[in-house]
Design a binder for this molecule. Structure first.
Ligand SMILES: N[C@@H](CCC(=O)N[C@@H](CS)C(=O)NCC(=O)O)C(=O)O
Length: 201
């Protein structure tokens, strides 16, 4: 198997963390740019996005929730989507990924030429990030992990979203507002799977 990623993608980071937690061997192909006209991605994923997992039979698998679930089903080591809590875990993942989607939209708008930027996009996306963080904090409460005592894909998805916000919107200073999310993030950063995949500044 090989996994196409970029260093900054929070969705790709989620799948890299899953690989590490599950101790699954996989070649990581780090792409420098997603705009390369000779990108290898469309051969495996018509959407041309990372992450894309290429299976041993040459077929492509995407997107990150599908890859994470596939990898989790491959080995019983460190079960990350407990069957009894599957929908709960997927709901956390959808929230975390949605926060990343809104953050990506803000970043992309900021990269357009100043005269082409549309502030209404930022105004629509920013509350999604803010409400998402508030919701994560409320649902986490005083629990050790998102689902209580068990470390799951929910924690991985939330940790990747928090790391991405730190990279792209450091002005949000969510750690001050939500100390329980900061505690969760620090717990995650103590794990090699997270430490080894911190997006470059
Ligand atoms: N929902 C997808 C989102 C993947 C995604 O949007 N990846 C971005 C990088 S952060 C990408 O590849 N963008 C390139 C493009 O849209 O052409 C997932 O969870 O895998």
């Amino acid at each position: 198997m090989k996994l196409f990623v970029t260093a900054g993608s929070p969705y790709a980071r989620k799948t890299r963390v899953v690989l590490a937690e599950k101790r699954i061997d996989c070649e990581i192909v780090m792409l420098a740019s997603l705009a390369d006209p000779d990108s290898p991605l469309p051969a495996y994923n018509p959407l041309g996005k990372v992450p894309t997992l290429v299976l041993d039979d040459g077929s492509g698998l995407y997107d990150s929730p599908v890859i994470a679930e596939y990898l989790d089903s491959k080995t019983p080591v460190a079960h990350l989507i407990p069957q009894a809590h599957r929908i709960e875990v997927k709901r956390w993942e959808a929230l975390a990924d949605g926060v990343c989607d809104a953050t990506v939209a803000i970043v992309m708008e900021g990269r357009r030429a100043p005269e082409k930027q549309d502030n209404s996009i930022v105004e629509r996306q920013r509350p999604k990030v803010e409400r998402g963080l508030r919701n994560m904090s409320q649902d986490l409460g005083d629990s050790k992990w998102c689902l209580g005592e068990a470390f799951t894909l929910a924690d991985i998805a939330v940790g990747c979203a928090l790391g991405y916000i730190n990279l792209r919107m450091p002005e949000l200073k969510w750690e001050e507002q939500y100390p329980n999310l900061a505690r969760l993030h620090n717990q995650l950063l103590a794990r090699p799977s997270f430490k080894d995949t911190v997006p470059p500044g």
